[in-house]
Design a protein around this ligand. Sequence first.
Ligand code: NAD
Length: 499
Amino acid sequence: MPDNTLAVMDSVSRFLDRHHGLYIDGQWCEASTEGRLAVYNPADGQQISSTADANAQDVAHAVQSAHQAFTSGIWAQRLPAERERILLRYADLVEQHTEELAQLETLEQGKSINIARMFEVGCTLNWMRYTAGLTTKITGQTLDVSIPMPPGAKYQVYTRKEPIGVVAGIVPWNFPLMIAMWKVMPALAAGCSIVIKPSETTPLTVLRMAELATEAGIPPGVFNVVTGKGAGCGKALTEHPLVAKVSFTGSTPVGKGIARAAADRLTRVTLELGGKNPAIVLKDADPQQVIEGLMAGSFLNQGQVCAASSRIYIEAPIYDTLVAGFEQAVKSLTVGPGMDANAQINPLVSSDHRNKVAAYLDDARSKHAELISGASGPDSQGFYIPPTLVINPDDKLNLTREEVFGPVVNLIRVADAEEALRKANDTDYGLTASLWTTSLQAAMAYTPRIQAGTVWVNTHTLIDANMPFGGFKQSGSGRDFGPDWLDAYTESKSVCIRY
Ligand code: NAD
C-alpha cells in the first residue's frame, strides 16, 4: 500500500509550536498558573503541543470580560443585520481556512482528514450560516389581554426576546470545532457573549477559531476561550455567578453534576449528553442498505459519536445474512492515521479512552462473548482499537448497557419487532435510534414507540441545522438546532402598556 500520509501545512506546524495562552478580550493572555496540559497526536502517541491549565482566577477574568462586553452593548445592541453580517463574514473566513483547521483537527483528535474536511469544517459552515441567519429572525408576539381594572383602561401586551447574558459553553473532544460552534453561533446570534472551555484533550481548533472570530470583526470580550481541566476550569466556569446560561455537551454523569450546581442559582442549562443508540432492522429491510447505513452509523469517527448506532437488533429471518455482511464489511476496513486519506478507521482520541474501550472488550471476552474484529492499527504507539462486532451479547454485559464510545457494535438477534422495541427502549438513554424497513405501515406504527429525541428511518446519524436535536431521558435536556434554537439563549420579556 503506498504511503498517502499528508504533509502538515506550515501554518499548522507554526500553530502547534506556539505557546498557547488563554483567549480573553480579543487577545492572547497568560494563565496565572504555570502548569501545562499536553496535546498528543493519537496516531503515534507523540506530544504535538500544549495549552494552559486555567484556574478559577483565570476563569473569572474571562467571565468578567464577557460580562463587560455584554453590558456595554457593543454586541448585544448592534443592529441584528450587522451581527448577521459579521457572523457570515466569520463563516467565510473559516471556509478560507478549511484545510488548516481540518489538519489541526485530525492531528489533535485523530479523525480522518476526509471527515475533518467534509464534516467537521464543511458541515460546521452550514451550521454557522444557518445560525447567522437566525440573527435577523428573532421575534416576539403581540397579545391581547383581559385586564378589567380600572374600568375603561386599555392595555396592549407584547413580548420581546432578549439575550440571556454570558454563556458558558463546555465542549467534548469528539467534534471539538463543530460542537464549539454549536454554542458560539446561537449565543452570538442572540446577542450574548460566551466563554468556551474545550476539552483538555482537544483544545487547539477552538483557540484558532477564536482568533478568526476577532479577525471577522466580533468585538473583544464577546468570544473568549479558557483551556483547562474539567474539574478545575470547567467547574469554575459553570459555577461562576455572572454566567447566566450553561450550554454543555458531554457525558451524562458530568451533565448531571452541572445541572445540580446550576440549580443553586437557577442558571439556565442545556444538556446534550450520551447515548446508547439502538437500530431496529425488520425482516423486510434491504440488507445492502442496512449494511452501508449502519457501518457508517456505527463506525463514523471510530464510533466516538453521541448518535452512533451501538446496538443493532435484527429480526431472526435475516440475522445470519446481515452478520455475514457486517463481518465482510468490518474485515475490509483499512486502519491507519487520520492524515492518511485512504484509512477508513483511525485511532481513538487518547490512550485513556483507548484503554477504557479495550476494558469493555476484555470484559466481554472474559465472559465468553463472541467478537469479530477487523484490522489492528499500524503503529503500536497510536491509540488504535480494531473495529469490532459483538455477536449476540448477553444483556447483562457492560458493553450492552453502557456507552462504549468506540468502534464496537452489538448485533443482537430478536424474534420480532415487539422484542426489538422492548429491548431498544430498555435503557436510561434516549438520544437517537433508527428503524430499517421497506414497509411504510411499520415505519408509521413503530417510530412513535421508540423513546429517542431523533428517530431515523432507513438511515442513521444524519443531522441538520434545521432539525432539532437532543435527548429523551438521561440523554439530555433541551434541544439544539432548528428555527427555535435561539429561544435557549434568550429570555422572554412581557411588556404590558396601559394606554
Ligand atoms: P466529558 O463529560 O468527560 O467532558 C465534556 C467536557 O466537560 C470537557 O470539556 C470536560 O473538561 C468538561 N468537564 C468535565 N468535568 C467537568 C465539571 N465537573 N464541570 C464542568 N466541566 C467539566 O465528555 P467527553 O468524554 O469529553 O465526551 C464524550 C461524551 O460526550 C459522550 O458521553 C458523548 O455521548 C457526549 N456527547 C454528546 C453529544 C450530544 O449532542 N448529545 C455530542 C457529542 C458528545
